[in-house]
Design a binder for this molecule. Structure first.
Ligand SMILES: [Zn+2]
Length: 366
């Protein structure tokens, strides 16, 4: 695939694959990857719940500083729980939709996510139209022109959304708040009642849990058990999702005619290899391409599915080993995206081209 800002994407590879159906791509995944194990799913959920429980007990029984430390640990546990719930929400863990919804809802509540709304925004919109930016808004970069025309405030917020230390803002502002908390579905839509129940369920959980923690440990407990885990989770999920779909080799699409479901799933997601303990704790969420090719594959089979895909389509998959230097380089290079020329630009390049245009027009006026 292409690399470096200023390259000419969509690469030949994404054009090459445009006419291939997802069904054809899925056919190279071994059948065993689809076998579900209820025992494995429940065991990993039990681990996440236990870790979260230990962290919350730590918050409630420790002096303030240690309580905040346990709050950070709770944030990690909340993120692991959420990833588990995300798989349940795809129907990857259980055949029963009812069981998936009950356990998936429970796994998502500590992160203050709403199962039905998540299912709509993530399963239908994000997975249905991955990186087709007119529909899927996840990690959508601004074009240099959009950035140049934006207000100072909008530019500042955008820059924070695309910084490795503050990218949690993207998830908060583009997904959680508009896509869940304030989401108002079309009243004629069939799912309206389910959306409302999800919102009310989260509100009930949040208020009850906040009252209980306040009565047990005062405001410090509320901050450490409710606020801090949510902040840590929001950061982690935004960071994960950014790395799943942003890389100098990965294009975004503005035109439907240049995009196809296969391009979106195979060429617009990544496989980021981490250490074994990290992959185990994060339920293989960084082995993201096979998850996008077929979200019915349980997370514990994603490595095997990836090997299957790699044999035929390895040249189309963007994969690398997690290193902070690589992460910093991706954030530094993937700042603005020209949807027509399919090139990545930095803020500095955008500034320089504006300066050039301004000095040229000043010369012409003289
Ligand atoms: Zn997914």
């Amino acid at each position: 695939m292409t690399s470096a800002e200023g390259s000419d994407a969509p690469s030949g590879s994404s054009v090459e694959i445009r006419g291939v159906t997802l069904r054809e791509v899925r056919s190279v995944i071994p059948a065993g990857c689809y076998v579900r194990s209820r025992r494995r799913a429940i065991a990993l959920l039990a681990f996440d719940v236990a870790l979260y429980g230990i962290a919350i007990v730590g918050v409630l029984r420790s002096p303030p500083l240690a309580a905040l430390g346990f709050g950070v640990l709770a944030g990690f546990a909340v993120a692991f729980l959420f990833v588990w719930g995300h798989d349940a929400c795809h129907g990857a863990l259980f055949e029963s939709r009812h069981l998936s919804e009950v356990l998936g809802t429970a796994a998502m509540l500590p992160s203050l996510q709403m199962y039905r709304l998540w299912a709509f925004g993530h399963n239908k919109v994000h997975h249905g139209f991955t990186s087709l930016s007119s529909v899927d808004w996840i990690c959508r970069p601004m074009s240099p022109d959009e950035y140049g025309a934006a207000s100072l405030w909008r530019r500042l917020v955008y820059r924070l959304e695309r910084h490795p230390a503050t990218c949690g803002l993207h998830y908060l502002l583009r997904v959680w708040w508009p896509g869940m908390v304030t989401f108002r579905p079309d009243p004629r839509a069939r799912r309206t009642r389910g959306f409302r129940l999800s919102q009310l369920g989260m509100l009930f959980y949040l208020s009850t849990f906040s009252i209980v923690t306040y009565r047990t440990g005062g405001w410090v407990a509320v901050v450490a058990a409710v606020v801090l885990p949510f902040v840590v989770f929001t950061y982690l999920i935004a960071f994960f999702v950014y790395l799943h779909h942003t890389h100098p080799d990965i294009p975004f699409f503005g035109k439907r005619s240049e995009w196809s479901a296969t391009v979106g799933q195979l060429c617009c997601s990544t496989v980021v290899r981490c250490s074994r303990p990290v992959e185990w704790l994060t339920h293989n969420i960084f082995v993201h391409t096979p998850h996008h090719v077929d979200s019915r594959i349980p997370f514990y089979n994603l490595h095997e599915a990836h090997q299957g895909l790699q044999r035929t389509y390895g040249h189309l998959i963007t994969q690398y080993r997690f290193r902070w230097s690589t992460v910093r380089s991706i954030f530094a290079r993937c700042q603005l995206y020209d949807f027509d020329r399919h090139t990545w630009h930095t803020f500095a390049q955008q500034r320089r081209s504006v300066d050039r245009v301004q000095s040229r027009s000043a010369i012409t006026r003289r």
